[in-house]
Design a protein around this ligand. Structure first.
Ligand SMILES: Nc1ncnc2c1ncn2[C@@H]1O[C@H](COP(=O)(O)OP(=O)(O)O)[C@@H](O)[C@H]1O
Ligand SMILES: [Mg+2]
Length: 419
């Protein structure tokens, strides 16, 4: 019937009968979004589950969402699902985890990065259950650094997971083999799982669920995600991308895994761009790899940008990649400009250690402030791992440079980035 009154009567009649019969009924139909809004049957139904298809890369992704569930709480939003021989599998949309700080186990254990000199720069290694971003231009050695970390764990009996979007299993095995690491043998021993996905067809919720399952299955202690840039490209919605990375990293922390994520930054030389580190607030530690030109020679440089709640080296050092992997060499004894790729030597500056310190801390603070409306000193201390006393000193400097403004409200001082 096309008569709305008659359809409504029929629907009402049907629902009354079904209720008196004591059955739980599933009514199935094909409707447009407009029809769902206006057709009376949807007003009568106790629950509405909508299934739909949306383009994702070169194929379509199925999604399920609950539009209504009378008298019950439900998880809103689009949840991807897949249909296979075993039926329907739903991957609930990844969501922000609350009260994370209470749930993560605080452990002072440090994990070796597999690069002895880097461990020393990190005051012993990477703290257990933390996340570290290795950021750098193409070819700087990010993937190799991640491999060092994973292999170091496996050699100590700690299972690892590698997630890549660029190198497929054959390519990664060949790269590792050129450094003397037999990934295939490690996989056969059940110590390593390599998950390779094309970024073109990445569905973040499904991906996160699969990563979680693999980590549980192999009881992984270490994971490398290579790289965030690929996930970013695959997730055009920027807010969604940040939420996703935040949720994934925190999920891994709750699982007790120590994480290295790589992130490709655009410029190889040239000035440092804070915006490139858009998601670095999510991670605890940031290691920066760069090309530098010194005395007409191009080399690679490494420095540790931040380590949450622990001391670390502030040095900028040369490093090399050989068939033995990454080896860290001498300190670059230039004072300014190393991170821009064009170091300037200045002994007066160099003798003033405080300046280097300020450079790193200020960056760290500005990076965090740029990601929020405003922040008070305690929150800032939490985020940076610096004490409020240290921060006040830095913030005063930044204020004088016009990069930060402050105001008071209810006995609290708030800081806001002006750039
Ligand atoms: N066995 C090896 N011996 C010497 N250099 C190597 C070896 N394997 C890789 N490299 C160097 O490492 C670099 C690539 O590092 P990689 O970690 O893939 O960079 P990224 O992930 O930052 O793009 C290449 O420039 C290559 O020259
Ligand atoms: Mg790489």
């Amino acid at each position: 019937s096309t008569d709305p009154v008659e359809v409504r009567k029929f629907g009402y009649d049907l629902s009354v009968r079904l209720t008196t019969w004591g059955v739980t009924a599933f009514l199935v139909g094909e409707y447009t979004d407009e029809e769902i809004k206006h057709q009376p049957i949807f007003a009568i139904a106790d629950g509405i589950i909508r299934l739909q298809n949306q383009p994702l890369g070169l194929h379509f992704q199925r999604y399920l969402d609950v539009l209504k569930l009378r008298g019950e709480n439900y998880f809103t939003g689009l949840h991807p699902f897949e249909i296979s021989e075993t039926g329907i599998e739903v991957y609930p949309r990844i969501k922000m985890l609350k009260n994370l700080w209470m749930k993560t186990q605080v452990s002072q254990e440090k994990l070796s990065t597999g690069i002895p000199e880097l461990d020393r720069m990190l005051d012993g290694g990477l703290q257990h259950s933390t996340a570290t971003m290795v950021a750098g231009g193409a070819g700087t050695g990010k993937t190799l650094m991640g491999l060092h970390f994973i292999v170091a764990g496996i050699l100590k009996g700690e299972p690892g997971v590698i997630v890549t979007f660029q190198e497929n299993p054959q390519q990664l095995k060949a790269i590792a083999m050129s450094l003397g690491w037999d990934l295939e043998a490690m996989e056969k021993q059940g110590m390593l799982v390599h998950m390779y996905d094309s970024p073109v067809e990445l569905q973040p919720d499904i991906h996160a669920a699969k990563v979680k399952a693999v980590v549980e299955r192999v009881k992984a202690r270490r994971i490398m995600l290579d790289s965030l840039k690929d996930i970013e490209i695959a997730t055009p919605n920027k807010v969604r991308y940040k939420d996703y990375i935040y949720s994934l990293v925190n999920q891994l922390k709750l699982q007790g895994v120590t994480t290295i994520v790589t992130n490709e930054i655009g410029e190889l030389f040239g000035p440092f761009q804070l915006s490139e580190y858009g998601v670095s607030f999510v991670v605890d530690n940031v290691i920066l790899l760069r090309y530098v030109e010194l005395s007409g020679r191009i080399g690679r440089a490494i420095n540790i940008m931040k380590v949450r709640g622990a001391p670390h080296s502030k040095e900028i050092r040369f490093f090399e990649i050989t068939s033995d992997g990454i080896s860290i060499n001498e300190v670059i004894e230039a004072q300014t400009g190393v991170l821009t790729g064009m170091p300037v030597f200045n002994n007066n500056y160099f003798n003033n250690n405080g300046f280097k310190e300020l450079l790193n801390q200020s960056r760290n603070i500005m990076e965090i402030l740029q990601g929020v409306e405003e922040m008070d000193i305690n929150e800032l201390a939490n985020r940076t791992g610096f004490s409020p006393q240290e921060l006040i000193h830095e913030l005063e400097n930044l204020k004088q440079q016009g990069m930060v403004i402050t105001w008071e409200s209810q006995n609290t001082t708030y800081y806001k980035s002006t750039i």
